[in-house]
Each structure stands twice: as C-alpha cells, then as structure tokens.
Design a protein around this ligand. Structure first.
Ligand SMILES: Nc1ncnc2c1ncn2[C@@H]1O[C@H](COP(=O)(O)OP(=O)(O)OP(=O)(O)O)[C@@H](O)[C@H]1O
Ligand SMILES: [Mg+2]
Length: 498
C-alpha cells in the first residue's frame, strides 16, 4: 500500500489495432472508402461489359456484310463458262466496300486454297501462312468467333458455304476493338482510383471538421477527469462551450448533457464539502474542548493518588485506572485533532530535518520503552536530511516504532534503517514479529483499522497510528508502503531530500 504522487504508466505501443478499436474518424473515412471501391468496381465492370458487347456486335455486323461481299472478289476472275476447278488458286482481289485488314480465305475440299489480307495500296501484303489449321477450325455457317492469328493479331472470323461447296472464310481484325476496350478500362480504372483518393482525402477533412466539437467536448471531460474530486473543496469551472452544447446536433446533446452533469456534480461536491467541513470542525472543536477536562481528570486522579492521607488500596487502584484511561483518551483526542487539522489542509512546516538524528533519538526512546525487544539501527555516516515538519516526522517514527513494539512479542528483532535512493531518503522499520493479519493489510492505513481488538485495546490501541503516518507523509510529499508476512513486517517511508 502506498501514498503520495504516482506516475501513470505509458500507454502500450501497438502497430495494428482491430477496426473495432479505431477512432470514429478513421472508421468513418474507412467505411466511406470501403463503400466507394465496390461501387466503382460495379460501375466499371458494367460499363466495360456493355461496351464489349456493343463493339463486338458492331464488328459482327460488319463481318456479315464483308462475308456477303467476299465471294465476289474471287468470282470476278472466273473464266465464264467452263468447268469450275475450285482447287485452282485465284488471283487475289477484294470487292469494293471491304475495309483495310479484312481477311479473305477460300477453302476447297478441306484445303485452304487462297488466304489474303486487304492492305493499303502500295503496302506489301502480309505473309498469310501457317493459318490453315485455324481457318479450317472456323465453324462453317456458324456464328462469328474470335481467333488468334499469330502475327496478324486477333480476328473475328466467319465461314460461309457457297452453292458450289466452296467455303469462304472472312475475318475482321479485333485490334481496334481491343484497343478501345483497354483504353476505356484504363481510363475508368484510373479515374476511379483518383476519385476514391480524392473522396477519401475530402472525407478526412470533412469528418475531422465535423468531429472537432466532439474533440472539444472530450477535452473538457478529460480536464475534469484530471481534477482531484475526492477531497477538500473542489471547484468545477470546466464547462463545454455554448457553441458545442447546442441540442440541435448530436454532439451538442453530448455537450449539453456533460454540462448538466458537471452542474450536478459541482453542486453535490459543494454539499459534500460543506458537510465534511462541518464534521471536521465539530471533531476539531470537540477534541480541543476535551483536552482541558481530560487534563483536569488526569491531574485530580494523580493528586488523589498522591494525597497525604493514605487512601485504601482499591481507591488507589481505581484512581490509577482513571489516570491511565484519561491518558489514553488524551492521546486519542490529540490524534483526532491532528487528523482533523491535516484534513482541513492546515499546512505543516517544511524545513530541513536531520532524519538520521531523529531516528537515533526515536530508536533510543523505543528501546527505553520496550527493553524486552532487540533493537538494531543502521544509519549512514553522512547525515540524511529531508524537508519536513520535525515534530510530525518524529511522530511518524514514534508510531511505526510503537507498532513494532506493541504488536510483536518480547524478544522480537526490530531493525531500523536510514538510507537514500536518488533524490529520496528511505527509512525502513522492519520486525520479525507475527505480521499484520492478511485481512487487515489492505486497510491498515485507514482510520480505526486495528488487528486483534482485545489485545490492542488493553495496550491502549486506537487504530489511528498508521492513519496519522499516512496523512503526515502525504502532506509532506512522501510515501509509505508496507509488506508483511509472518516473521517479517516492513514499513518503507520515502521522503524528498533537501
Ligand atoms: N509491526 C506490526 N506488526 C504486526 N501488526 C501490526 C504492526 N503494525 C501495525 N500492525 C497492525 O495494524 C493495526 C493498525 O495499526 P495502527 O498503528 O494504525 O493502530 P494501533 O497501533 O492499533 O493503534 P495506535 O497506533 O493508534 O495506538 C494494528 O492494530 C495492528 O493490528
Ligand atoms: Mg500504532
């Protein structure tokens, strides 16, 4: 258990976080981009498929027309009349109307007799060879089909049978069609990527601007969460700005709700502070007022015991009991008064105190009070000086040493060590006693927290000793920790050095 200022551990560094843990801003932008990508994909693919069909339909129409014209190119040169020997290759000629690149082939009895491609005037005709297998594979009198003609590129081919059994294969190049399709695919794809990037960037800007009020509301809540609300008079000046608390918007509703909650919390804290102050004042006043009558009771009891006239032994015993109980009550009242003053924030002195000397004196007093215990003291040669209130620090030491004495059996070894660690002075009080009960350990610094009630009460225990240690050290910027097990109990006090 410890008191005093503590530092928050740094947040864990992680590279990848699940989308569910992303910020709202990142999630909104990612969702927008994730919706845009499939939308553009659907539009692009649909456009490409539609264009593909339209272009191929157009090529097929042109191919039908070209196939109708094709036989004329060969028939013109037929020697009329005469036996038609289809196996004779004919001179190449294309009828008017055929476009550049048109392929015309004549198949006779399963043999490709002619195969030519129409080229611009003056251009050398391309070598049309090695295509027999492809041309023969074109379904005769079937629909147009696409074929790869090697060096000539991809062609749309159609085969028609003439009445004399000759098959004419006509083809149109698909290069332009393919080029158009690739161009459109490239443009649609490129534009889609650019639009997605632009929309994502704009989305980041818009979402950031839209969520800015929410960030301001969160900043207000964070500032409030950093305030110490658990004690004393708390002022809650933090509020969400009017502009961010407009209930017409979702963020405004959060801002307005936060403001209302802060109003309520502020009022509740004021009421709590007022009632705390009242109770504290009452305890302080009562303790203060009790000191005088208690001193009087103690004094009269002592006087009575020491009266010249001999008093009966029972009366002497009763008077000594009155005296000891009055002493115990005085201590309780003093402790309560000190705690009430510390609670009220009454400042203690902050002056250089020789902790080594203070410890030596305290151990010496403890030795005198508990000669049955074994006391060991380890103090460095160099004096250890801390900033604090000498009277209160002496009380801290006295309380810890009194515990080591009163809550352990005689013969217990108590070791007190003074040392330094960085900018801090470290004081350890350890004993080899039975230890603090495990059930009490988490609450041992709370007020009126006591172990074995019957044993403690006979020894005048009130359960305020460690609460005072904790409160004094908190006020002086120090800490106290305890670890305890049967056979070893150690209190570690840390205080800033001068
Ligand atoms: N060194 C110790 N060994 C065993 N138990 C301890 C030790 N120090 C504290 N305790 C336990 O912690 C309890 C609280 O201690 P604390 O000093 O606050 O009160 P107290 O000693 O009972 O009374 P007071 O100090 O007010 O006279 C004690 O009652 C005791 O049970
Ligand atoms: Mg004690």
């Amino acid at each position: 258990m410890s008191s005093g200022p503590g530092s928050e551990p740094p947040p864990p560094v992680s590279r990848w976080r699940e989308p569910a843990r992303w910020s709202l801003r990142a999630r909104l932008v990612a969702a927008m981009a994730a919706l845009l990508v499939p939308a553009f994909l659907v539009v692009g693919v649909t456009a490409e498929l539609t264009l593909n069909k339209a272009l191929y339909d157009r090529v097929d129409d042109q191919l039908s027309a070209a196939a109708n014209r094709a036989p004329r190119g060969f028939d013109d040169r037929l020697p009329p009349p005469g036996p038609r020997d289809c196996m004779q290759p004919r001179a190449r000629q294309f009828p008017p109307g055929q476009v550049i690149g048109t392929l015309a082939a004549r198949i006779c009895h399963g043999t490709v007799v002619n195969a030519d491609v129409l080229v611009e005037d003056g251009q050398p005709p391309p070598v049309v060879s090695g295509l027999d297998a492809t041309l023969l594979a074109v379904p005769v009198d079937g629909p147009p089909s696409s074929h790869d003609l090697g060096a000539l590129g991809e062609y749309r081919l159609i085969a028609r049978t003439m009445p004399d059994g000759v098959v004419f294969v006509t083809g149109l190049p698909l290069a332009d069609t393919k080029e158009t399709l690739y161009l459109v695919a490239g443009v649609v794809g490129g534009v889609s990527v650019l639009v997605v990037l632009a929309v994502t960037y704009l989305g980041v800007v818009i979402v950031r601007r839209a969520l800015r009020p929410l960030s301001r509301v969160a900043a207000t809540a964070t500032r409030v969460s950093r305030l110490r609300l658990d004690r004393g008079e708390v002022v809650l000046p933090q509020r969400v700005a009017e502009a961010d608390a407009d209930v017409g918007t979702e963020v405004g509703q959060v801002g307005a709700a936060l403001n209302r909650m802060l109003d309520h919390v502020g009022n509740a804290l004021e009421v709590r502070h007022a009632s705390e102050t009242q109770v504290r004042q009452f305890v302080a006043d009562a303790s203060h007022e009790l000191r005088t009558p208690l001193a009087a009771i103690r004094g009269y009891a002592e006087l009575g015991r020491r009266a010249r006239e001999p008093v009966p032994p029972e009366v002497a015993h009763m008077l000594s009991r009155v005296e000891s109980e009055a002493r115990r009550m005085t201590r309780l009242v003093e402790d309560m008064l000190l705690l009430a003053r510390l609670d009220a924030g009454r400042p203690l002195a902050h002056e250089p105190v020789d902790l080594s000397m203070l410890t030596v004196n305290a151990v010496s007093d403890a030795h005198a009070a508990g000669p049955g215990h074994e006391w060991r003291l380890e103090v460095p040669e160099e004096p250890v000086t801390v900033l604090g209130d000498p009277g209160r620090l002496q009380q801290v030491l006295a309380n810890l040493l009194a515990n080591a004495r009163t809550h352990t059996p005689e013969g217990t070894l108590v070791t007190v060590t003074v040392g330094t660690c960085g900018g801090q002075a470290v004081l350890e009080v350890s004993d080899s006693g039975p230890g603090i009960p495990a059930g009490l350990l988490p609450y041992v610094f709370e007020r009126f927290a006591r172990g074995d009630g019957s044993r403690s009460r006979t020894s005048g225990s009130t359960g305020l000793g460690l609460a005072i240690v904790h409160a004094v050290l908190s006020e002086q910027g120090g800490t106290v920790e305890v670890d305890s097990a049967p056979g070893r109990t150690r209190f570690t006090v840390r205080l800033p050095r001068t």
